[in-house]
Design a protein around this ligand. Sequence first.
Ligand SMILES: *[C@@H]1O[C@H](CO)[C@@H](O)[C@H](O)[C@H]1NC(C)=O
Length: 432
Amino acid sequence: MYFMVILLLFVTLSPGNSETYSLNYIYTALSKPVELPGIHEFTAMGLMNDKQIDYYDSDLKQKVPRQDWMKEKLPADYWDKGTQSRKSKEQWFKVNVNILMDRMRHNNTDVHILQWKHGCVVDKQGDGSLRFKTGTDQYSYDGDDFLSFDVDTMQWVAPVYQALATKTKWDGVQILNQYTKGYLEKECVDWLNKFLEYGDKSFGSEHLPPKVYAFAKQSKTEGHLRLTCMATGFYPKDVEMQIRKNGVPLTKPDGVHSTGVLPNNDETYQIRMEVQIAKADTNDYDCYVHHRTLKEPIVEKWDGKCCDCSQTTAAIVGAVVVVVVLILVLVLLILWKKGKLYNTNAVPNGINAAPRAPNGNANGNGVNQVLLNGGPAVDLLKIPIKDGRTSPESGQGSNSSMESVALLNIDKEGTTKSNADSISTDSGEGGI
Ligand SMILES: *[C@@H]1O[C@H](CO)[C@@H](O)[C@H](O)[C@H]1NC(C)=O
């Protein structure tokens, strides 16, 4: 119990205290196209504080700004070079998702997904300067971690044995690992700094408080309700939520299920927590939500009502009415056929009597989750990319270390550092 309290305190204190900023790039490749609107074979995007700042997909074939300030402040050259870079990353993924499928002994029956995420998180110091906090460079396959870079040891970490070959290969070229560390700790932070200046107005003033709802619906289990606590429309995404019974937070062992923080389609976020309770339960339930935009946490009391219970009752009543009416009609028909009844107008009105229950949906606005249209639909995975720094043939049969050094030299000349995601991690030859 003590441990729980400490844990809760920790969770409570974590959001909002220090000012942190993040810049991440996420690339998602499918092993084959799927015929779904908004889902592309390859998608790439930049995210600053979890907001999209740029976007590319295999159908669009262009890197485009997703924030006005990105469009205004970055020259055409940035988007041209960025487009080239994304195109070669797309090729890299095409090749490497197949290599991985082979290694995992997966065939082409199902769609498989390779993702790469790289980026940095910084703290804003009292004097306004940014300090590197953490760096991410990780690949995932079908939503599971495949390989990730440890900035401190400058080594790749392989959580699955199929990734060992890649780890060995990449760790074999330490200069590339130094480069990766440098990108995460320095280059990424510099770009983040630049973007913060550019987008000054968009960061800070756009903090939005959550709207909080507490409601209950019928549960699939007889005699029970599904009590839901929902917060939506907030930004940034760090939030604390509890379903409380008589003021005491319920936890996982009590059957609380959380959706986790999900994106809305308007750059805000939502979260829902649910717990099943007995219909006869007369305890006080409320929904406790804290967010950095709030001086005091919001506590939304559940009114003890069930939104869709009358609907079910109404449907049952309606069904009974219909059955009774049908029997009546049948009886009348039989009587009429037997010549015992002459008045056929006896069919009562009200065959359509099943009343329409009011819509009990209390989900509020903006609950569409952005899984399509480039949202990060799958957990992170990553993949190394050539990033357009080499010609497609350059890796063939050459010494990969030599080539890596060549890559890095190009970088030092600054000719390819024109994009914030110009990072290359593969050793220049076969990739993964
Ligand atoms: C592909 O893999 C699935 C699942 O392992 C298997 O059921 C199926 O028979 C395989 N198909 C082919 C063509 O090998």
